[in-house]
Design a binder for this molecule. Structure first.
Ligand code: PFF
Length: 448
């Protein structure tokens, strides 16, 4: 039996959707999206973000799906299958690098989330002054050993799930956790909308005030689009290599993008009304969900339950995403070096823990771990989300638009559906011209 026949894929279409939404919905939606919207002026950012989804997100998701399902292999080998060009065949390596960098700080944030969940359960998030919450977060993120132990716990759990394989690990966990995530979100959003500040919060989120928009806003929107959709680093290529032939790729892409965006918006609908109801500023950066929200929760009726629900939600979203990050690198090591899945996952996990130790220490215990005024944690985030993912996205769109035979692109697009040829032509045109040029312009513009 050939290697690709040997690979086990997702068992059903529902499994495909839940697992793929599992990778997309993560800290990007609930932790990153609200503070980036806050920093970029609310509604105006949202409009730019929608354009990014339509002209960059959708075509590149489809391109990654195409390469993955067709190649039936890990991301690095997948891009070698359709080209032996010295540059284009190596796009997958960019993904493995980005995956490491993202996991390096993602694991730290998931660790903080576990601590906040624990603190919420034992009632420690109640009854403090606003300054005490700033202090609480500074103490946690600035501690030396504790956040590292949390990282080891997070990565140990993720490693265990990934070592169980695609069906008994990724799919099983996603089938169980994703419905829970949707229920928690709806419960929290319903509550937030009943608050006094709901109108102000929604106004901030949806009213387009373009006065805060700069070239940087476009770069942030593009980075957020790629980060949130797990795009540009071969994650979706890897997942699509586990899709069966009966999956309708364009439909799946639209479903995943819609759910991911809806979840991000609902996260905004939960957070901004709460923030405005209690008179705090939304422009708080990464500390928004760890400093502002606990302060807001404690003032609410049933605040402890709400805090437990919120941090459980954040943890579930983050776990299913970090699973996919580990999967990208593990699948590569497993198939490339003929190492068992478990051993591959363990090796990659150890490397990630080492990176995360540096990221964690740079947040407070060893501030000297910094470059150009940014600590390692922020550098990992900036290089991966803002530079590598959009660059990877540009490379993938050029690869799909110019390098892969158009017949292959069409065959994967048109399988299991009757969408018109014009739709395909528009998609191929965007991949060829629009997406690469837009990414380039935003890049250059923001650096100038
Ligand atoms: N999409 C995830 C989130 O929104 O948190 C983050 C992510 C996962 C990025 C997997 C990239 C990736 F390959």
């Amino acid at each position: 039996m050939s290697k690709s026949e040997n690979r086990k894929g997702f068992t059903s279409k529902l499994g495909v959707i839940l697992a793929t939404v599992g990778t997309a919905v993560g800290l990007g939606n609930i932790w990153r999206f609200p503070y980036i919207v806050g920093e970029n002026g609310g509604g105006a950012f949202l409009i730019i973000y929608f354009f990014c989804l339509l002209f960059l997100g959708l075509p590149v998701v489809l391109a990654e799906f195409t390469v993955g399902r067709r190649a039936q292999s890990n991301a690095v080998d997948a891009y070698k299958k359709f080209s032996n060009h010295p540059i284009w065949s190596r796009i997958g390596y960019l993904g493995v690098l980005a995956g490491f960098l993202i996991m390096g700080y993602y694991a730290v944030v998931v660790g903080w989330t576990i601590d906040y969940l624990y603190e919420a359960i034992v009632g420690n998030l109640q009854g403090h002054t606003p300054e005490a919450y700033t202090q609480l977060f500074a103490e946690l993120s600035g501690d030396t050993i504790y956040p590292i132990l949390l990282v080891i716990g997070v990565m140990g759990l993720t490693c265990y799930i990934i070592s169980q394989g695609v069906q008994s690990g990724i799919e099983k966990v996603s089938r169980f956790l994703m419905p829970m995530l949707f229920l928690l979100m709806l419960g929290l959003a319903g509550y937030a909308l009943s608050l006094d500040g709901a109108y102000e919060g929604l106004h901030f989120l949806f009213y387009p005030d373009f006065s805060d928009v700069t070239a940087r806003t476009f770069l942030d929107a593009m980075g957020q689009c790629f980060f949130s959709l797990s795009l540009g680093m071969g994650c979706l290529t890897t997942y699509a290599s586990y899709f069966k032939k009966d999956v309708n790729l364009p439909k799946t892409a639209v479903q995943v993008i819609s759910i991911d965006t809806l979840v991000a918006i609902i996260a905004g609908v939960i957070i901004f009304p709460a923030v405005f109801s209690f008179g705090v500023e939304p422009t708080q950066g990464p500390g928004l969900v760890y400093v502002v929200l606990p302060n807001v929760f404690q003032k609410m009726l049933g605040g402890q339950i709400l805090a437990i629900m919120f941090y459980a939600l954040l943890f579930i979203a983050a776990l299913t995403s970090i699973m996919s990050l580990l999967e990208v690198v593990t699948a590569y090591v497993h198939e490339k070096f003929n190492l068992s899945r478990t051993k591959s996952a363990i090796v990659v996990t150890i490397l990630v823990i080492i990176m995360a130790i540096f990221a964690s220490l740079s947040c407070g215990a060893m501030p000297e771990l910094s470059l150009f005024g940014k600590n390692i944690f922020d550098i990992f985030d900036f290089i991966s989300a803002t530079i590598l993912l959009p660059l990877g996205g540009m490379a993938i769109s050029i690869y799909a638009g110019w390098i892969i035979d158009n017949k292959i692109l069409y065959a994967e697009f048109a399988k299991n559906n009757k969408y018109s040829l014009n739709l395909f032509k528009a998609y191929a045109f965007i991949l060829k011209y629009i997406a690469p040029v837009c990414i380039l312009i935003v890049f250059i513009g923001s650096f100038i």
